[in-house]
Design a binder for this molecule. Sequence first.
Ligand code: AMP
Length: 523
Amino acid sequence: MIEHVRAVLRMHQIGIVNLLSPRRLLRAAGQNARLGPQAALIMKAAAEHPDAPAVTDESGTLTYRELDEQSNALAHALKGLGLPDRSVVGVLARDHRGLVLAISGTARATLRLALMNTGLAKKQFAEVVAREKVRAVLYDSEFADLVDGLPDDIPRYLTWGSGSPSIFELIAAHPVTPLPLPDRPGGFIILTSGTTGLPKGAPRTKVSPLASALIADRIPFPRQGAAVFASPLFHSTGFGAWTVGLSLANHAVLLRRFDPEDILRAMAEHRAQMLVAVPTMLTRILALGPEIISKYDTSSLRSVFVAGAALAPELTKRFHETFGEVIYNVYGSTEVAVASVAQPDESRRAPGTVGRPPVTVHVALYDSDDRRITEAGVPGRVFVRTGIPFEGYTDGRHKQVIDGHMATGDLGHFDAEGLLFIDGRDDDMVISGGENVYPVEVENLLAERDDVLEVAVIGVDDPEFGQRLRAYVVPTEASTRDPQVIKDYVKASLSRFKVPRDVVFLDALPRNPTGKVLRRELP
Ligand code: AMP
């Protein structure tokens, strides 16, 4: 309870709630309870800052008033489809106003939104549509082929690209008047990354706006300022950061495709104070080199919200040297939301840390017998307790829970200061010659080399050692591509059993749109 009071005071301090106007606060809380956070926050921002820019994409900018009105029009149109309340609507879209309108419009129409991963193959998409019982689809024209394969009785509307019928035609043909509020939110389903199989559906219906805003406890968010989104909004990183931004009436600058120079251009043009990205995007931005980077004035940048995959300490260091100390390394998952954040000074003191949990979130480590680990330096399975309830996967499975803490599937440890480190996924751990090896340790070491752009290390079967390490290296132009140089480098710093026995040079690592390496697609 005391903790919740602390959280509310903190949110007041940050500007997410205003305790000095309780009437507005109650109205906003009521709207949130009935609509869910995104649609409710857009309504609130439209009432308080109608002319502030809400979203910019390739087609221009929508103010909060325009976004609010168009969301209403879309909601009227979707209601007209006659689907029962809380039916699932799937959206398969890149980052642009069409996706934002889909999120806000479905909530106002009391529908449940499934955010589809744009990396899905046709067959996977069809499987997810069937599993989640999707009754209507909103999609970008570039995914027409995926949508073509669906049963004819599923209505479909374009969210981007020329063609018909589109949500913009629906919006133009319907009134912008507000709809009656639902009695409870339709909710939404976010897919996990699915690096090991078909992405699982992680549904959420009730989200306390406080719980989702907590990350702002540890990351400076702009207040009515601009944030550039390089991470896709369909994934929890982009979705979470965008939602918190709505509570501060921020301006979301969206790009349909990631291009490192376009990101710099957008940051300079909109005087962005925040960038939301996955780690590999930072690598690509730095790879542009000083000449191109210096063409853009990014001095407005205060924070880079990085999440979704491990961030090599060397990458943080190099980014800080170029752009100042702005990196906030966010650790979390679709299921537990935000678990912890490393602030720039923590990353400087303890390279590689994922920091500490925000107010009201708790991280605990348990051993294989479910006993709590509290000592520094002892690795264990990472569990997280948070106010954002995850309701179990849509296929009925659930994560292990101990004392209200949910398993993340990761292994980690605390240092003496209490800072958390992630050692890797439970199932990525390699046992070579009877020794446990966390590939991320070897990856982080190799990332320090000037001739290594990116690296992934995995375990492969070995008749003698059970498993052995294989490193996949994306070399820079300076590299001699000599496997021995790579092996010697590891040998000089780490134990013998951590030295990769094979080194494979690749032009790029196979990654999904959320930045995770697709280990099963490595040759
Ligand atoms: P997802 O549910 O797709 O967001 O995947 C969550 C998983 O990504 C976590 O359980 C971690 O394995 C990994 N992950 C996310 N953020 C970080 C981070 N900052 N550092 C290390 N691993 C991360």
